[in-house]
Design a protein around this ligand. Structure first.
Ligand code: PEP
Ligand code: MN
Length: 373
């Protein structure tokens, strides 16, 4: 059960103390207090854990300072929507808002290789008004003899250059909890010129100990990738591990699922699940067309499959796009064949702007149909 307090209630207010005193005396029930950062205000949510079936929502609603009481299912207790369309969602990080009604594009290198390529990538992003990127330093590779990423050695120049080109948030995968401290140290040493959204890759979706460690820290928000060989429900439960440990600033990323039914694409594109995740949870939803499609093939219309897939995600209301670019794909150490060219960045962004406009028009149409404004 979740008790949502009035937005103006603070920890020192009379109502807060009376209500918490009351709740703490209920037998067999433990509680956890969560602060949820909304666009305008911070909400206090109190989670009641234990045998809550016999509790009366009405009685709880009557306690001082209580705005709403939501009876939740066992699944995705914190990240779930629990059929409450008004539940606050989203968060702000380093000046960028991530929510179920915003759209942020994270174009960048699958893997950092040289400082020159990082700089060329970031300069192109700055020239196109972009403030987010992706930069892989720690790469989980299928083959142990493949390039594993430069790891912490590349962080100083990646962060310096990000600051130089006005990048606010870098999506960066980590494969071990020690990487959190490495990123923290490097950011500190560089004078915090940028921010990092820590990425959990599809190979680690159910690495529960890694999820718990990432969930215990509050410094970095998380980009959480759907597992490639498990159900959506299993992936959403895994994401809840982050929130249950204390970090609910999570963006959920669709990146295709592994089956040869998706051939000739690298994975079977699963972007039709964007609205499903928005309905079941309050996580903003990201789509990754690069790792879903995995090639630069195009249709007879001249549009790359990868761009068609990205547009499909955005037309369906996706809130973030994670996409591989490279200044010289032939020299890329990881995933060159699926990288878009810097000369295609403007085209890609214009194409997504059209898709977003289409989504906004679809939203207006739906609101008219439902008599909302
Ligand atoms: C990536 O984004 O670089 C990546 C490895 O993706 P995934 O975990 O989806 O394979
Ligand atoms: Mn990749």
């Amino acid at each position: 059960m979740i008790i949502i307090l009035d937005p103006n209630i603070t920890e020192i207010s009379e109502e807060y103390r009376t209500t918490l005193d009351h709740l703490s005396q209920m037998p067999g029930i433990t509680m956890r207090v969560h602060k949820v950062q909304g666009a305008q205000q911070t909400l206090t949510e109190i989670y009641l854990i234990g045998d809550t079936k016999t509790l009366s929502a009405e009685d709880l609603h009557a306690l001082p300072g209580v705005e709403r009481v939501i009876r939740v299912s066992e699944e995705y207790r914190i990240l779930g929507r629990h059929q409450d369309q008004q539940r606050t969602n989203g968060f702000e990080y380093n000046g960028i808002r991530f929510a179920q009604d915003t759209l942020n594009i994270f174009a960048g290198l699958c893997a950092v290789d040289t400082p020159e390529h990082v700089e060329q990538m970031l300069a192109a992003l700055r020239d196109h008004g972009q403030t987010c990127t992706r930069m892989g330093a720690y790469k989980p590779r299928t083959n142990p003899y493949s390039f594993q990423g430069h790891g912490k050695d590349c962080l100083p120049y990646v962060f310096d250059l990000a600051g130089k080109y006005g990048i606010k948030v870098i999506a960066m995968e980590i494969t071990h909890e020690d990487h959190l401290a490495e990123i923290h140290e490097s950011l500190e040493q560089a004078g915090r010129p940028t921010g990092v959204m820590v990425q959990i890759g599809t190979r680690n979706t159910q690495n529960f100990e890694l999820l718990k460690a990432v969930g215990r820290q509050q410094e970095f928000p998380v980009l959480f990738k759907r597992g490639f060989g498990i159900t959506l429900n299993e992936s959403l439960n895994a994401a809840e591990y982050l929130a249950s440990e204390g970090n609910s600033r999570v963006v959920f990323c669709l990146r295709g699922v592994k089956t040869n039914m998706g051939d000739p694409h690298r994975n079977l594109v699963d972007f039709s699940q964007v609205p499903v995740i928005k309905r079941l949870t309050r996580m903003p939803v990201c789509v990754d067309p690069s790792h879903s499609v995995g090639s630069r093939e195009h249709a007879p219309d001249g549009i790359l499959d990868l761009m068609h897939a990205a547009a499909q995600g955005v037309v369906a209301g996706a809130n973030m796009v994670l996409v591989d670019f490279h200044p010289e794909p032939a020299k890329a150490l990881v995933d060159g064949p699926q990288a878009l060219l810097l000369s295609e960045l403007g085209w890609f962004l214009d194409d997504l702007a059209l898709a977003r406009e289409c989504y906004e028009k679809r939203l207006a149409l739906s609101r008219r149909r439902h008599g909302q404004h």
